[in-house]
Write a protein that binds this ligand. Structure first.
Ligand SMILES: [Zn+2]
Ligand SMILES: [Zn+2]
Length: 350
């Protein structure tokens, strides 16, 4: 390992990130250093550079830090006391911190742990660098057959999407329909999970024809272009009485009302997308009969493990668009523009 590396870092509150040189981290006791094979970019990265000091510090974040919370790579150095991991092992990293002992963590709901407000790539150094320090070796998840260049997106986009699918599986009996609104990074994973784990017919809804093409190639049985006032009626007609589950990976006013409007009685609507939409109707009597509505952020450790197991079993295609670390700004610009056919992954090695 050389002494210095490139890293894409937030340097100060409210300022855009920059590609800078910094020291390569060394592992302390119980820690490992991972050489990054690939780091997936996430829409949430955009908001981090805009945080005020007040909000950042309230979250427990400290400046500067390296962005990137979807990391796959190889173990580069192992600190004392770490067992079961060796240099060269292919791994993925779980980014959110969790305490392991609170009410939520002990019930397998570690995505609700208050420790998770800080994580690798948000408030601490992340994977948009040649190397990343893993402070707790427990965050390291070994890969068997999955390519570490592609593994990063599974740990966040894949696992969050899996969390949503897992929560509606019981509703997806034979003959039922699941609707996925927003067929981008998370939605494309959701389509694959639904096809792998349920007998439901899967309908993908998106305004972007490129995404719908990917959705169809990943198993969507039907695709619907765009969301407007007529979408709920169309989906009701297509599904012969409504969808058993709708997963909304967009979360704007139109998708919320189309999603709720296309449920069948006793169906479930899950809001995942951070579109900040609202639903201004009387809830009592205004929602589908016996409907269930849920929302959440992030994923638990067990979600990540399940997703990695599915990928290792060959049941998951990981669509990516890859960029070099020196082109990281172009990678974010591409993410911002949209029209992509896979998750954006930054590959630090030249
Ligand atoms: Zn993310
Ligand atoms: Zn906890």
């Amino acid at each position: 390992m050389s002494d210095t590396m490139r890293a894409y870092r937030l340097i100060a509150w409210g300022e855009p990130p920059r590609l800078v040189d910094m020291a390569v981290p060394r592992p302390g006791a119980g820690q490992v250093v991972v050489r990054v094979a690939g780091n997936g970019l996430c829409h949430s990265d955009f908001t981090m550079g805009e945080l005020t000091r007040e909000i950042g510090e309230a979250l427990g974040w400290s400046m500067p830090f390296t962005l990137g919370h979807e990391v796959g790579g190889w173990i580069a150095a192992v600190g004392s006391g770490v067992e079961g991991l060796a240099e060269g092992d292919a791994v993925a990293l779980r980014s959110p911190a969790s305490c392991g002992s609170c009410w939520y963590c002990t019930r397998g709901q570690d995505s609700a742990c208050s420790g998770g407000l800080v994580g690798r790539g948000y408030g601490r150094d992340g994977g948009l660098a040649e190397y990343v320090l893993v402070e707790s070796a427990g965050d390291v998840l070994p890969l068997r057959s999955v390519d570490p260049v592609l593994a990063g997106p599974l740990t966040d986009a894949g696992a969050t999407s899996y969390h949503a699918v897992r929560r509606v599986l019981a509703k997806l009996t034979p003959g039922s329909t699941a609707v996925v609104i927003g067929a981008g990074g998370l939605g494309a994973f959701a389509i694959q999970f639904l096809k792998a784990l349920s007998p439901a017919t899967v309908v993908a809804v998106d305004s972007d024809p490129a995404r719908l093409e990917v959705a169809a190639s990943r198993g969507a049985d039907e695709v619907v272009t765009g969301v407007d006032r007529d979408t709920a009626r169309r989906l009701q007609a297509m599904t012969g009485g409504g969808a058993a589950a709708v997963l909304d990976f967009v979360g704007i006013d139109h998708t919320i009302s189309a999603g709720l409007g296309s449920l069948r009685p006793a169906g479930t609507y899950g809001l995942v997308g951070a579109g900040m939409g609202t639903f201004r109707r009387p809830w009592y009597g205004g929602l589908p009969r016996d409907a269930e509505i849920f929302t959440f952020q992030g994923s638990s450790r067990s979600d990540v493990e399940d997703v990695l197991a599915l990928a290792d079993g060959g049941q998951l295609v990981i669509d990516t668009e890859q960029f070099a670390l020196s082109d990281v700004q172009d990678a974010y610009a591409a993410l911002h523009r949209g029209g992509l056919r896979g998750r954006v992954v930054v590959v630090p090695s030249d």
